[in-house]
Write a protein that binds this ligand. Structure first.
Ligand code: SF4
Ligand code: SF4
Length: 337
């Protein structure tokens, strides 16, 4: 049967390929490694002059002619990043851990972001060579405009990606500023050039969702149509619990993103990456297409969970299925009631 993917066949641009370093991204990412270790930066390096993929990353920036909306969003990003944070106040505000975490909801209520969560910092989330002297990670999620996201890999989608990263950066700076004014040191961590820590593992840990086959998080409410930012702090927040919705199992039966990915970067099986068996996108197949389309995003746009209104119904069905399975196991005596 002919491949109905409109973006195939895809042939990587030889100019881009000539800029790649000798050691490709999958080994740098730790594909096939059985030991847990801190990650290395591959893409989205903060210093493109020194990074092994820096030349390729620079090519990515020049590939696209930005439209007026994208130019505006990029200028806004510089403004947000350049805004100074307040000094850490001398007097520390005291609250119970539960009250600290509850207080974060004000940023959701104000529409600055759509979800907040907290988890304890784990050393293996920090990039090699970075120092993260904080105990807690606050995670923040902002939702895409699905009508724009679904145009991926068009620039309409890319512009919304920039817009949402700006919202995420803005709320991260607000949260960090709020904590500093209350006497607690805090550092915003904003994408896509994150620098300090991986964002997906703490977001999974604080209950934002489960890792999908396409390598992004799936949340029952937003699907994969959201972006992340974080705030590092020692303020004594209560962690929000990790949650499972049956999405991992759903992914093992679905292949929508596999079929939609132009360079066949999404694979049917989980793989061992730095000591964890998980869904993994083949970086070296993805990145030429990602770079040529200034960010692609097809896989998160086509994921059925990303379509507004679909995720909550799917989550209810999966919860019912899990409950039924458990009842059967109890009946068969393979599970305790
Ligand atoms: S498209 Fe299907 S397989 Fe891919 S991440 Fe979404 S649910 Fe999982
Ligand atoms: S972002 Fe990468 S993995 Fe996702 S569809 Fe595009 S090329 Fe494939």
């Amino acid at each position: 049967m002919p491949d109905r993917n409109p973006h195939r066949p895809f042939t990587p641009d030889p100019e881009f390929m000539s800029l790649l370093p000798e050691q490709w991204g999958n080994p740098v990412n730790g594909l096939g490694e059985s030991e847990v270790r801190r990650p290395d930066v591959v893409w989205w390096a903060t210093d493109v002059e020194k990074a092994p993929f820096g030349a390729a990353q620079k090519w990515f920036y020049t590939k696209e002619v930005p439209g007026p909306e994208l130019i505006k969003e990029r200028a806004k990003r510089q403004e947000i990043l350049a805004t100074p944070l307040p000094e850490v106040a001398d007097n520390r505000q005291d609250r119970s851990p539960a009250d600290w975490t509850l207080a974060l909801e004000r940023f959701v209520a104000a529409g600055d972001c759509e979800r907040v969560g907290v988890t304890r910092m784990q050393p293996e989330w920090a990039y090699q060579g970075t120092d993260v002297p904080f105990t807690n990670v606050i995670m923040l999620a902002v939702q895409h405009d699905y009508d724009k996201l679904k145009s991926a890999p068009d620039q309409v989608c890319g512009t919304d990606v920039s817009r949402q990263y700006n919202r995420a950066a803005s709320v991260a700076k607000q949260v960090a500023g709020w904590l500093r004014q209350q006497g607690w040191d805090a550092k915003p961590v904003t994408g896509p050039m994150v620098g300090d820590i991986l964002l997906i593992p703490p977001a999974l840990e604080c209950g934002f969702g489960e890792l999908g086959k396409h390598g992004s998080i799936i949340n029952p409410e937003f699907g994969s149509a959201f972006r992340l930012a974080a705030v590092l702090t020692d303020a004594p927040f209560e962690p929000t619990p990790k949650r499972e919705f049956g999405i991992d199992d759903f992914c093992s039966r679905c292949r929508v993103c596999e079929d939609a990915c132009p360079p066949f970067a999404i694979t049917a099986e989980k793989q061992l990456v730095r000591g964890t068996n998980k869904w993994y996108v083949d970086f070296d197949k993805c990145i030429p297409y990602f770079a040529e389309t200034s960010g692609c995003a097809i896989c998160i746009a086509v994921c059925p969970w990303s379509r507004p209104g679909v995720g909550p119904n799917l989550a209810v069905k999966l919860a019912r299925r899990a409950e039924r399975k458990r009842a059967e196991q109890v009946f068969e005596g393979t599970e305790q009631p």
